[in-house]
Unconditional design. Sequence first.
Length: 350
Amino acid sequence: MNRRSSRGFTLIELLVVIAIIAVLIALLLPAVQAAREAARRSQCVNNLKQIGLAFHNYESTHGSFIPSCMVPSPVDNWGWAPSGMLSMLPFIEQGALWNAYNVGPVASNSTDGFGLYNKNTTVFNTQVGTWLCPSDGPERTVSLSNYVGNYGGPYQLKAYSGTFIPTPSPLDGMVSNSATVKIASITDGTSNTALFSEVLTGANPAAGVPAGSRPRSKRSHYMAPAMSDFAATDIAVNANLAACQAIAPTSLGDGARGDWFQAYPGYINYSVYNHMGTPNTTACSSSNAGGNTYGQDRHGSAPPNSNHAGGVNICFSDGSVKFIKDSVSRPTWWALGTRNGGEVVSSDSY
């Protein structure tokens, strides 16, 4: 009679099996994370397409694109006004939220947009899902948008040259050169002119960490006193950008990016960005041009940024969405920001 012999795993065999399983998990996790990020990026692209569609529907109804800042406004005498994001609500299936908005003046002593906020807490405390990029993970929970409009190329060279700009007004001389943007006025071509981009929402100054002690962050803007107020040449703008990138990591910074409920024509850190610094570079303001901890002046650099690897998603004025790499050249980036600059931009340059 044959006897059956059996034996268990040896310690070496067990360790080999464990090692193989560990290797398989190590290979699998990045693939899962990549798949999840691809899904988040796809949702981000879809959100931007919805914004592009909203702008075109608004243009069909009113004959122009949505302005970024409604000035003069009933808010106060300083220039604070409802953001143009408010006018987008009826065109992204948020008509009920639009109807809940209380129109009319706020307290006469209001010197910032929070008078507007306090009068419309129901509206501004409602988070609009279409305006959130799932890759962000914001520090705050209300009145946020991960999508901001194109203010234009470097302000010193091409003021208010974008597609999401304030309405014309002589207020403090800040927007006297502005214009109502119509499709016909985008002479550079709608497929070569940026409309909206994604941005990481601002850091929360109420989180208990002083702004000046924060490490350099894409959620904050920093003060660059060496920047000139008006740089009339490309060389001067590049010098300003060099000063911006050289700012100490703990220079005074704060975060108001993505606050969609208010706007001010002289600031670019609320619901707008500009085409000065390329994507995911440092945002900086100029203290000698009116910048401060909460208001980033229009002379500075307010680039779009994201948690997507290597660049940002941008909705162009024709409604298409393209991924613009961080490595895009400055001249190309500046050209994409202007609606009527006359630049010739090749599709293979970005």
